[in-house]
Write a protein that binds this ligand. Sequence first.
Ligand code: KG4
Ligand code: ZN
Length: 333
Amino acid sequence: HDDVIMLGIETSCDDTAAAVVRGNGDILSQVVSSQTDLLSRYGGVAPKMAEEAHSLVIDQFNLLILLNCITVGVQKARRLAGVFNLPIVGVHHMEAHALVARLTERNLQFPFLALLISGGHNLLILAHKLGHYLQLGTTIDDAIGEAYDKTARWLGLDMRKGGGPALEELALEGDANSINFSIPMRQHKDCNFSYAGLKTQVRLAIESRMISMENNPISLANLDDRRSRADIAASFQRVAVLHLEERCQRAIEWALKIEPSIKYLVVSGGVASNKYVRARLSHVVENNGLELVCPPPSLCTDNGVMVAWTGIEHFLLGRFDPPPPADEPEDAM
Ligand code: KG4
Ligand code: ZN
């Protein structure tokens, strides 16, 4: 496998990333260029702006195209593959979040269970084998990362670090039991998720404590009471993660009935870089006699390595497309 070398390109949300990975798992190079700085000024991911920033950054990786985020990456990949006459592999973003765990934990064999938690997705999947995934649960509204980001914004936190990391930090100072938010979906005995209701509860809690409404209609930014904000952050995080714990417990029970040989729960996606999330889920996993596999934080958040690695996994099983024509017109891509 050492002779396979894969370039991974990732442009699906607010980051632009690329990496070169060898078939044996060696990471030969990697770059992530975050737009968080740029986007924090606008309070979130603005698709048009993200698109433009991708193009600018991608220019530095050597090209010039301006379309929507994913197409920028896809076009770059096809152009390069065409010019250098190389085979190309299309990679699903969420599959890449899951499979990168097999790069960091070489004992991780199929089948395994995976919880994928990011800004746009909340998925519980049973990975039978490469390309065969059974979805046990998904969100019926928002993903947990979106709830972290909104809560952080409403609390007036510094979005330059990213809403999730800012909230995680503030929560360390708060009392997680100070507000009793209710745990979502308890009456639904399944593995699905919901974060819209928790978001609303948080917004109401903030509004009821608000003393100033000058700049942001819902923000405690002007309330000089860090403690009160920390309490909200910690209480939100406790319940947001309890919801994950409950769903994972049920998913483990379900999965073991389908595939009794399962030994691992993979937790990946941006929110999996959160230390509190990792600690709480590791308890759940251990109580069930399984092992937790969580990639290092830099491989949990969007990155090029996960894309390259997933490309390698597919390539080695013969799943790839032939090189595109070197002169392929853009509208054919
Ligand atoms: O996987 P990812 O990098 O991009 C998507 O595919 O969405 O996940 C981004 C999400 C954002 O919502 C971000 O706030 C969240 O992951 N996130 C965190 C942390 N780091 C990133 N959420 C909670 N705690 C963190 N430390
Ligand atoms: Zn992602």
